[in-house]
Design a binder for this molecule. Sequence first.
Ligand code: PLP
Length: 464
Amino acid sequence: MIEPSRERSAAAQRDVDNHLHPYTQLRDLERNGPLVIVRGEGVQVFDEHGKGYIEGMAGLWCASLGFSERRLAQAAHRQMETLPYYHSFSGKVPGPVTELVQTMMQWAPVPMGRVLFANSGSESNDTAFKLVRYYNNARGRPLKKKIIARNKAYHGVTVAAASMSGLATMHEYFDLPLPDVVRVSCPHYYQFALPGESESQFVERLACELEDTILREGADTIAAFIAEPVQGAGGVIVPPDNYFDSIQPILKKYDILFLVDEVITGFGRLGKAFGTQVFNLKPDMITVAKMLTAAYVPMSALYISDEIYQTIADASAAVGIFGHGYTYSGHPLACAVALETLRIYSTDDVLGHVQQVAPRLQQGLRSFSNHPLVGDVRGLGLIGALELAADPAQRKPFDPKQGVGNYFVARAQEHGLILRTLVGDVIAFSPPLIITEAEIDAMLERTSQALADTLAWVRTWGAP
Ligand SMILES: Cc1ncc(COP(=O)(O)O)c(C=O)c1O
């Protein structure tokens, strides 16, 4: 790996000595120290030494408005001075919640019944997992509670959300997944198509697999199917045309709820407000988080259909209370920031901007298709990926132990661009939605430099 270019600062040392980092190889971190980020401006962040980086991932796919939107800071400040905290338990509600739920209903991509707040994508998916049970118990179908989830899915890290996720490192040593999660294939044609299989045959095979799985488990035991419209952390996997068109009738046929996880895709990432609209989905529940507040404060939400709401409401009357909610569900600070974020999306036509600049990113990434390290290029809107491969023609990946993706990301960082490696040496791109074409060009130029460095490094050990 790359040696740290400077001596470790006091801040970095404090961190290494005291902080357990999420999603980090902890022994590497002890050796290399963290990158301490102290300031943001537009699409850039700056480290403690003053070096600037284009944030090509918008943090964790979330800082849609960049890192210095004053209108959000002002909205937060106003709310802190007016009502810093209140809750929604036992029939009370902080004022800003009432406005936010109405605005969110106007944004909903299909008619929805109610919105339930939490503080992270994981919590909202966990809530969905619980509500599926509540709903089917209330309908007198206590056996119908298994959830079908896909390989390489990412739904978060709480116990249920991690169980629905389909990445090995989220399960190993944690004794997960929970029972009641049933796994089906991931619609990643590049990696999982059989030799000679066309895209439509691939989709047909996955649809058959889904139906066979339902029949094998028993349709009366399967409650829901959960999917990200475009799988993010699993590798920026854009499903083939027709994938969801083939899946949805099967769900309907067997009375299976469709949970759509729009935590990354919600509020414009794909060039439409939701992935639901891009793929013509008919969800019964939708999870949103991240860009709901432009990530300036934590907030997530779960939209549920009116049919689910009515069933839950009846059950709460029978049980005596709807026994679920977080201290910070619908926190007024988060509501104020979410409202201002949604206002900015409308007044600044952020969606129109995404549609205008997205082709620059997509075409720019595709210009790397013939690079000797690039096996696949994919993306939609302002999300994309380069999948590095040892032998692109044969779609042969590198040995994960070689750490090629990590090397690339370290080089990109050296060139002033923050990106992220996903499993399988997939390099993800998901910049702030406000990025300009000139900034996209700069991002692509730095990508090109990092690819050249990585190729030179790979050639030192004799390949490809
Ligand atoms: C699709 C998806 N769902 C859920 C989550 C979990 O969200 P959080 O990290 O806020 O718990 C993520 C996080 O990246 C995500 O990408």
